[in-house]
Write a protein that binds this ligand. Structure first.
Ligand SMILES: [Zn+2]
Length: 210
Protein backbone atom coordinates (compact mmCIF):
# COMPACT_ATOMS: atom_id res chain seq x y z
CA UNK A 1 0.00 0.00 0.00
CA UNK A 2 1.57 3.31 -1.00
CA UNK A 3 1.24 6.35 1.23
CA UNK A 4 -1.20 7.62 -1.38
CA UNK A 5 -3.55 4.76 -0.57
CA UNK A 6 -3.29 5.00 3.18
CA UNK A 7 -6.58 4.61 4.95
CA UNK A 8 -8.58 7.73 5.61
CA UNK A 9 -11.36 8.22 8.09
CA UNK A 10 -14.47 10.14 9.04
CA UNK A 11 -15.14 10.79 12.72
CA UNK A 12 -17.55 8.20 14.16
CA UNK A 13 -20.32 10.70 14.82
CA UNK A 14 -20.92 11.43 11.13
CA UNK A 15 -21.76 7.92 9.89
CA UNK A 16 -23.71 7.49 13.14
CA UNK A 17 -25.91 10.45 12.20
CA UNK A 18 -26.26 9.15 8.63
CA UNK A 19 -27.50 5.79 9.93
CA UNK A 20 -29.81 7.34 12.53
CA UNK A 21 -31.37 9.78 10.09
CA UNK A 22 -31.89 6.89 7.65
CA UNK A 23 -33.51 4.84 10.40
CA UNK A 24 -36.04 7.64 10.94
CA UNK A 25 -37.28 7.01 7.41
CA UNK A 26 -36.84 3.29 6.75
CA UNK A 27 -36.76 1.85 10.28
CA UNK A 28 -34.23 -0.44 11.90
CA UNK A 29 -34.94 -3.25 9.44
CA UNK A 30 -34.39 -0.93 6.51
CA UNK A 31 -31.02 0.13 7.85
CA UNK A 32 -30.11 -3.52 8.51
CA UNK A 33 -30.93 -4.39 4.89
CA UNK A 34 -28.86 -1.45 3.70
CA UNK A 35 -25.87 -2.42 5.83
CA UNK A 36 -26.09 -6.02 4.60
CA UNK A 37 -26.14 -4.82 1.02
CA UNK A 38 -23.15 -2.60 1.75
CA UNK A 39 -21.24 -5.59 3.12
CA UNK A 40 -21.08 -3.86 6.51
CA UNK A 41 -23.21 -6.11 8.75
CA UNK A 42 -20.94 -5.39 11.72
CA UNK A 43 -22.77 -2.08 12.15
CA UNK A 44 -26.26 -3.58 12.37
CA UNK A 45 -27.62 -2.58 15.78
CA UNK A 46 -24.11 -1.38 16.49
CA UNK A 47 -23.77 2.10 15.02
CA UNK A 48 -20.46 3.93 15.30
CA UNK A 49 -19.96 5.59 18.68
CA UNK A 50 -21.07 9.13 19.36
CA UNK A 51 -17.62 10.70 19.36
CA UNK A 52 -15.26 12.45 16.97
CA UNK A 53 -12.54 9.80 16.85
CA UNK A 54 -11.48 9.22 13.25
CA UNK A 55 -12.35 5.53 12.95
CA UNK A 56 -14.92 5.11 10.15
CA UNK A 57 -12.93 4.44 6.98
CA UNK A 58 -13.59 6.17 3.68
CA UNK A 59 -13.91 2.71 2.16
CA UNK A 60 -16.92 2.12 4.43
CA UNK A 61 -18.39 5.55 3.64
CA UNK A 62 -18.14 4.73 -0.08
CA UNK A 63 -19.71 1.27 0.39
CA UNK A 64 -22.55 2.72 2.43
CA UNK A 65 -23.25 5.43 -0.15
CA UNK A 66 -23.15 2.84 -2.94
CA UNK A 67 -25.69 0.71 -1.06
CA UNK A 68 -28.09 3.68 -0.91
CA UNK A 69 -27.65 4.01 -4.66
CA UNK A 70 -28.27 0.30 -5.30
CA UNK A 71 -31.26 0.05 -2.98
CA UNK A 72 -33.08 3.30 -3.67
CA UNK A 73 -31.80 4.36 -7.09
CA UNK A 74 -29.95 7.59 -7.82
CA UNK A 75 -32.93 9.77 -7.00
CA UNK A 76 -33.63 8.07 -3.66
CA UNK A 77 -29.93 8.05 -2.81
CA UNK A 78 -29.80 11.78 -3.46
CA UNK A 79 -32.75 12.43 -1.15
CA UNK A 80 -31.25 10.35 1.67
CA UNK A 81 -27.81 11.84 1.22
CA UNK A 82 -29.03 15.42 1.20
CA UNK A 83 -31.13 14.84 4.31
CA UNK A 84 -28.33 13.04 6.13
CA UNK A 85 -25.78 15.67 5.13
CA UNK A 86 -27.96 18.46 6.42
CA UNK A 87 -28.56 16.60 9.65
CA UNK A 88 -24.89 15.74 10.04
CA UNK A 89 -24.06 19.38 9.81
CA UNK A 90 -26.80 20.57 12.16
CA UNK A 91 -26.38 17.84 14.79
CA UNK A 92 -22.63 17.74 14.41
CA UNK A 93 -22.27 21.40 15.18
CA UNK A 94 -23.88 21.16 18.57
CA UNK A 95 -20.84 19.32 19.81
CA UNK A 96 -18.63 22.15 18.62
CA UNK A 97 -19.94 24.92 20.75
CA UNK A 98 -16.89 27.15 20.57
CA UNK A 99 -16.20 26.52 16.90
CA UNK A 100 -19.82 27.11 15.98
CA UNK A 101 -19.94 30.30 17.97
CA UNK A 102 -16.81 31.62 16.29
CA UNK A 103 -18.25 30.83 12.87
CA UNK A 104 -21.53 32.44 13.69
CA UNK A 105 -19.78 35.55 14.98
CA UNK A 106 -17.60 35.75 11.85
CA UNK A 107 -20.63 35.41 9.63
CA UNK A 108 -22.59 38.17 11.29
CA UNK A 109 -20.35 40.86 9.86
CA UNK A 110 -20.74 42.44 6.45
CA UNK A 111 -22.77 41.71 3.35
CA UNK A 112 -24.29 38.28 2.80
CA UNK A 113 -21.85 37.33 0.05
CA UNK A 114 -18.85 38.25 2.13
CA UNK A 115 -20.22 36.37 5.11
CA UNK A 116 -20.72 33.24 3.06
CA UNK A 117 -17.17 33.44 1.71
CA UNK A 118 -15.87 33.66 5.26
CA UNK A 119 -18.14 30.86 6.42
CA UNK A 120 -17.19 28.46 3.63
CA UNK A 121 -13.49 29.01 4.22
CA UNK A 122 -14.15 28.34 7.87
CA UNK A 123 -16.04 25.10 7.19
CA UNK A 124 -13.36 23.88 4.82
CA UNK A 125 -10.86 24.27 7.62
CA UNK A 126 -13.21 22.54 10.02
CA UNK A 127 -13.60 19.55 7.65
CA UNK A 128 -9.88 19.31 7.09
CA UNK A 129 -9.28 19.30 10.83
CA UNK A 130 -11.86 16.84 12.14
CA UNK A 131 -11.86 14.38 9.22
CA UNK A 132 -9.52 13.14 6.51
CA UNK A 133 -11.77 14.64 3.85
CA UNK A 134 -9.77 17.44 2.24
CA UNK A 135 -11.59 20.41 0.81
CA UNK A 136 -10.82 23.95 -0.30
CA UNK A 137 -12.92 26.80 -1.61
CA UNK A 138 -12.62 28.94 -4.74
CA UNK A 139 -14.94 31.56 -6.02
CA UNK A 140 -15.69 33.46 -9.19
CA UNK A 141 -18.16 36.18 -9.99
CA UNK A 142 -21.19 33.91 -9.95
CA UNK A 143 -20.43 31.01 -7.67
CA UNK A 144 -18.42 29.50 -4.89
CA UNK A 145 -16.70 26.25 -5.71
CA UNK A 146 -16.34 23.68 -2.95
CA UNK A 147 -13.48 21.47 -4.10
CA UNK A 148 -13.23 18.00 -2.58
CA UNK A 149 -9.68 16.79 -3.01
CA UNK A 150 -9.98 13.68 -0.84
CA UNK A 151 -13.51 12.31 -1.06
CA UNK A 152 -14.97 9.55 1.09
CA UNK A 153 -18.23 9.49 -0.87
CA UNK A 154 -16.36 8.54 -4.03
CA UNK A 155 -13.99 6.03 -2.47
CA UNK A 156 -14.08 2.78 -4.44
CA UNK A 157 -16.85 3.99 -6.73
CA UNK A 158 -17.28 4.74 -10.41
CA UNK A 159 -20.27 6.57 -11.83
CA UNK A 160 -21.32 8.58 -14.87
CA UNK A 161 -23.06 11.14 -12.66
CA UNK A 162 -21.84 12.88 -9.50
CA UNK A 163 -22.38 10.84 -6.33
CA UNK A 164 -21.38 13.34 -3.64
CA UNK A 165 -24.81 14.47 -2.53
CA UNK A 166 -23.92 14.06 1.10
CA UNK A 167 -21.67 17.08 0.62
CA UNK A 168 -24.54 18.98 -1.02
CA UNK A 169 -26.66 18.34 2.08
CA UNK A 170 -23.89 19.41 4.42
CA UNK A 171 -23.51 22.67 2.50
CA UNK A 172 -27.27 23.24 2.55
CA UNK A 173 -27.21 22.78 6.32
CA UNK A 174 -24.25 25.13 6.62
CA UNK A 175 -25.83 27.92 4.60
CA UNK A 176 -29.19 27.62 6.37
CA UNK A 177 -27.54 27.72 9.73
CA UNK A 178 -25.06 30.47 9.24
CA UNK A 179 -26.00 32.65 6.31
CA UNK A 180 -29.69 33.32 6.27
CA UNK A 181 -32.41 30.81 6.97
CA UNK A 182 -34.78 32.52 4.54
CA UNK A 183 -32.42 32.46 1.58
CA UNK A 184 -31.89 29.34 -0.46
CA UNK A 185 -29.02 28.71 -2.80
CA UNK A 186 -28.67 26.41 -5.76
CA UNK A 187 -26.02 23.84 -4.88
CA UNK A 188 -24.96 21.52 -7.70
CA UNK A 189 -22.24 18.88 -7.92
CA UNK A 190 -20.29 19.58 -11.13
CA UNK A 191 -17.37 17.20 -10.94
CA UNK A 192 -16.82 13.98 -9.07
CA UNK A 193 -13.83 11.72 -8.55
CA UNK A 194 -16.12 8.72 -9.18
CA UNK A 195 -16.59 10.10 -12.73
CA UNK A 196 -12.84 10.15 -13.28
CA UNK A 197 -12.32 13.81 -12.45
CA UNK A 198 -9.28 14.78 -10.49
CA UNK A 199 -11.35 16.28 -7.70
CA UNK A 200 -14.97 16.75 -6.79
CA UNK A 201 -16.40 20.22 -7.36
CA UNK A 202 -19.68 21.49 -5.97
CA UNK A 203 -21.03 24.82 -7.19
CA UNK A 204 -22.97 27.15 -4.93
CA UNK A 205 -24.60 29.93 -6.93
CA UNK A 206 -24.15 33.32 -5.33
CA UNK A 207 -27.53 34.57 -6.44
CA UNK A 208 -30.08 33.07 -4.01
CA UNK A 209 -33.02 31.21 -5.57
CA UNK A 210 -35.39 32.76 -3.09
ZN1 LIG B 1 -17.67 12.52 -5.78
Amino acid sequence: MSSDEKERFYPNRWPRIILMSTEEIVGEKGVAALLNLAGLPQYIGNYPDDNMRKEFSFEHVGKLQQAFWDMYGPRGARVFATRAGRKTFNDGLESFGKVAMAARAAMKIGALEKRISVGLAFFAKFFNTVSDQKVNVDENENEWLWNIVECPMCTGRTSDTPVCHLAVGVLKGALENFADRDKHFRITPLRCIAMGHEQGVISIEKQPIS
